[in-house]
Design a protein around this ligand. Structure first.
Ligand SMILES: [Zn+2]
Length: 270
């Protein structure tokens, strides 16, 4: 329940759409080109009706395909009104210890933290991934979860993925390859559309902080259950939470046990 509440807080509605504000900064021709691009992809999937809705829809990658003693640390920055923060303690620790991680960043968080975003993106140990334009669950027919309405149709889903991918690429000169939706919920057609947009959909196998609501002890316990090749999810946008303390303690222990931390791009996913 707490998890669902936190996910719900990840969402905020606004009159001017995020798509409008994205194109207000682009040449007028680019919006028309984009609309044709979006329409063509939506048409390709228009006759597909999803049957699944969840964190493990067909095609969602939740583990690394390896028998090595490695863990992929993934961290979300959701950019909701209460989730614009930056967990400096956590990131500083990762930098000092040279622990690689994949950072799933929402467009609104980038707007709020432009300098920090650029700095993080410039560090080879961190890999920037796509956490959507408005942090909506990934649906082609407006399914909801945790009282959060998902993208209403294929076109809105394409906006959610593609416009944040373009935003990230315009800043980092590197297009993201991985997408995690707000709430990490998907239908299987949404997964296929994301693949069409050259993104792999990333779930998780270790729920590290449940939307930054876990105590340090619970965060640590979650990590210490890790097996080979798992993908852990925590949040880097809640410095007030106990995520950093629990994660730092867990990483120290896991390293002693012989685990290495890696980025998603370092392994094939399954
Ligand atoms: Zn999020």
């Amino acid at each position: 329940m707490v998890f669902s509440l936190l996910f719900a807080l990840g969402f905020s509605a606004c009159a001017k759409t995020a798509s409008d504000s994205y194109f207000s900064e682009q040449p007028s021709s680019s919006k028309k080109e984009y609309e044709i691009f979006r329409k063509n992809i939506a048409l390709e999937f228009e006759n597909q009706t999803p049957k699944q809705w969840g964190e493990n829809a067909t095609g969602v990658k939740t583990k690394l395909d390896t028998n090595e003693k490695v863990i992929a640390l993934t961290m979300d920055a959701c950019g909701s009104p209460l989730g614009m923060g930056y967990d400096e303690k956590l990131i500083n620790f990762l930098e000092q210890e040279n622990i690689p991680a994949t950072l799933f960043i929402n467009a609104r968080w980038i707007d709020k933290n432009p300098k920090i975003f650029k700095t993080l993106a410039s560090k080879p140990q961190f890999e920037i991934a796509n956490h959507g334009l408005e942090h909506k669950p990934a649906s082609v027919n407006g399914k909801s979860i945790y009282n959060l309405k998902g993208t209403a149709n294929a076109e809105e889903l394409i906006d959610e993925i593609e416009l944040n991918a373009r935003k990230i690429e315009s800043i980092t000169h590197k297009r993201p390859k991985y997408f995690r939706s707000g709430t990490a919920y998907y239908d299987e057609v949404a997964v296929k559309i994301a693949n069409k947009l050259n993104h792999q959909i990333i779930g998780f196998s270790i729920l590290g902080d449940a939307g930054a609501t876990f105590s340090a002890k619970k965060v640590k316990e979650a990590f210490l259950k890790a097996k080979k090749g798992e993908i852990a999810i925590i949040h880097m946008n809640h410095p007030e939470s106990q995520t950093a303390i629990g994660t730092i303690e867990a990483i120290k222990e896991l390293k002693k046990e012989g685990f290495r931390f890696v980025r998603l791009a370092d392994y094939k996913l399954k």
